[in-house]
Design a protein around this ligand. Structure first.
Ligand SMILES: C[S@@+](CC[C@H](N)C(=O)[O-])C[C@H]1O[C@@H](n2cnc3c(N)ncnc32)[C@H](O)[C@@H]1O
Length: 287
């Protein structure tokens, strides 16, 4: 099914029809989960539209509200697997854009997406990602001869695979590893979330670590005027993160998309238009 269908967000009445509480009666919790998946209209609609998961609708709704994407942009999708956000990004930035997904787990990259497998909290992975992005022709959707998939493992060996340790690469470069002209990215997306433990404080703290890593990365790579979308697990520290975001972006919104499950504590920060003159110290120092 073509990605042109991505504009179709299921209507409220369709969703109401899709869910009947009576059908869930007396089911065990795992069966209830399965039934919920089957009945959930976003899940069914994702299948119909050829999307890798219902999570796509969160980004579609965010884009409908804030107009994040344009043709030709470079997008980095942190925590991309299984890849529905990347599918949305490819469809909205192509044919001249490029989309790079990063995830700790291996996944089949969606068409047109370059991917790097690794733990984004590891500085060597971040250095590798920055190296990749520094060359604006790497990973372009329309660029023939480039296999749109890179990785730190050898399983992806092919034309565009750099199998050297990223730290070695840094040491080979002249001057400091962090290049002066490295702000090549228009949009940073982060839907990263580790497996939740059910302990709110712990899940919140883990989510804040991932958000801070995404913010620091955005400080390094986002162009002036660039945008940031970041999932967070709500809790005591999210106000401080919001303050930091306000120092880097002209506008910051907090959103719980309609397609995000009510029982989940997840929400999203949307940072619009990176400020030109924000300093590292003011953005990255905790308030
Ligand atoms: C909710 S899923 C993302 C769904 C994705 N946006 C989509 O539309 O298909 C969260 C992802 O974050 C990834 N993740 C969690 N911690 C990570 C880390 N430290 N580094 C890289 N990826 C991470 C997980 O492996 C998982 O695939």
């Amino acid at each position: 099914m073509g990605l042109w269908l991505l504009l179709k967000v299921p209507s409220r009445s369709q969703r109401a029809l899709a869910f009947s509480p009576f059908t869930l009666k007396r089911l065990s919790s795992s069966k209830r989960w399965q039934a919920r998946q089957l009945k959930d209209h976003f899940t069914r609609e994702a299948t119909v539209q050829g999307l890798k998961s219902r999570a796509a609708f969160k980004l579609i709704q965010i884009d409908a509200k804030y107009h994040i994407f344009h043709n030709g942009q470079t997008v980095v999708d942190l925590g991309y697997a299984p890849g529905s956000w990347s599918q949305v990004a490819v469809s909205r930035t192509g044919p001249n854009g490029r989309v790079l997904g990063v995830d700790i787990i291996p996944a089949q990259p969606p068409k047109g997406v370059s991917t790097i497998q690794g733990n984004f909290l590891d500085p060597s992975i971040q250095a590798y990602v920055q190296n990749f992005l520094h060359d604006p022709t790497r990973g372009q959707q329309h660029c023939p001869g480039i296999i749109p998939h890179v990785g730190l493992t050898h399983e992806t060996s092919g034309l565009d695979v750099d199998t050297k340790n990223p730290i070695d690469n840094c040491e080979e470069m002249e001057g400091p590893c962090l290049l002066a002209d490295k702000r090549t990215v228009d949009v940073v997306l982060s839907d990263m979330m580790m497996n939740t433990s059910g302990m709110s404080f712990r899940d919140h703290a883990g989510s804040m670590d991932l958000c801070r890593a995404a913010l620091q990365f955005s400080f390094e790579v986002l162009k002036a005027g660039g945008h940031f979308v970041c999932k967070f697990y709500q809790g005591a520290e999210d106000k401080d993160l919001e303050k930091q975001l306000k120092r880097l972006f002209q506008k910051v919104h907090r959103l719980k998309p309609e397609s995000s499950r009510n029982e989940s504590k997840e929400a999203y920060f949307i940072g619009l238009a990176r400020k030109q003159g924000a300093t590292r110290h003011e953005v990255l120092t905790s308030p």
